[in-house]
Design a binder for this molecule. Structure first.
Ligand SMILES: O=P(O)(O)OC[C@@H](O)[C@@H](O)c1c[nH]c2ccccc12
Length: 264
């Protein structure tokens, strides 16, 4: 059993409780910018910064950090979006974290979880998310399509995560507009930024907002994925452990305007 299998099995165990009750969060009435628009019009690499206490690959990362404080710093540093891990068993997140962060900031908020059922999307929306994640590797084509449609009908944006070219094709088939390459293999935990470069070669020349996820530590990493065509990066651990969130985040916001004659 891979870690992804284990997480999905855990999600299936949690579904009955979600289905038996209804989300009960005070409504957050905010109109947030579209992440898609921000990404495709960007002239600097956009940073989606993540609130990540722990992970199955690293164990505890930063369990003492207050999500609201962290999110405020991300927003102030010019993050395009804040990703909040809501998975509990392996990442120590919660919908409460998501709601608190969504309340505190005005930029787009991504519910980072392992979605297998519409009810999770209801909770994400109720807790204030403007974007959800769908992981192609965790879903059948039918599930992927159904969850994608359900989320977009609820006015949520969708980040569709892929790890190889076959998954990219499945994401393209459902009309995904924001596609993220996870540099971390969720089956082996191996991280390699070249995954982004490899998959980028198979992107059709269209208006897809392409981002690179995981394993981004510094400006050099940011430059590498930007050269491959990424418009944004999804960054967790390096910002969670940084002693200076503002500087660490700003260092990633490199120029991505292609110079004439330069190949990207
Ligand atoms: O901490 P990192 O290496 O910067 O990675 C962040 C983010 O990409 C990672 O948390 C992630 C990417 N896809 C996921 C899916 C589920 C949970 C977590 C993730």
């Amino acid at each position: 059993m891979t870690i992804l299998d284990r997480i999905i099995a855990q999600k299936e165990l949690e579904l009955p409780a979600l289905l038996a009750s209804a989300p009960n969060f005070p409504t957050i009435d905010k109109v947030r910018p579209s992440l898609y628009e921000t990404l495709i019009t960007a002239s600097t690499l956009q940073v989606i910064s993540e609130m990540k206490r722990a992970s199955p690959s690293k164990g505890d990362i930063a369990t003492h950090i207050d999500p609201v404080e962290q999110a405020r710093q991300y927003e102030e540093a010019g993050a395009a979006c804040i990703s909040v891990l809501t998975e509990q068993a392996f990442f120590k997140g919660s919908f409460e974290d998501l709601h608190a962060v969504a309340n505190a900031v005005n930029i787009p908020v991504l519910c980072k979880d392992f979605m297998i059922h519409e009810v999770q999307i209801d909770y994400a929306k109720a807790a204030g998310a403007s974007i959800i994640l769908l992981i192609v590797a965790a879903l059948t084509d039918e599930q992927l399509k159904a969850l994608y449609t359900y989320a977009t009908e609820k006015q949520l944006e969708v980040l569709v995560e892929v790890h190889d070219t076959e998954e990219l094709q499945r994401a393209l088939n459902i009309g995904a507009k924001i596609i993220g390459v996870n540099n971390r293999n969720l089956k082996t935990f191996e991280v390699s930024l070249t995954t982004t470069a490899e998959i980028a070669q198979h992107l059709p020349p269209s208006s897809i907002a392409f981002i690179s996820e995981s394993g981004i530590w510094n400006a050099e990493d940011a430059q590498f994925v930007a050269n491959a065509g990424a418009k944004g990066v999804l960054v967790g651990e390096s910002l969670m452990v940084s002693g200076n969130v503002m500087n660490s985040l700003k260092a990633l916001q490199i120029d991505i305007i292609a110079k004439v004659g330069e190949k990207r």
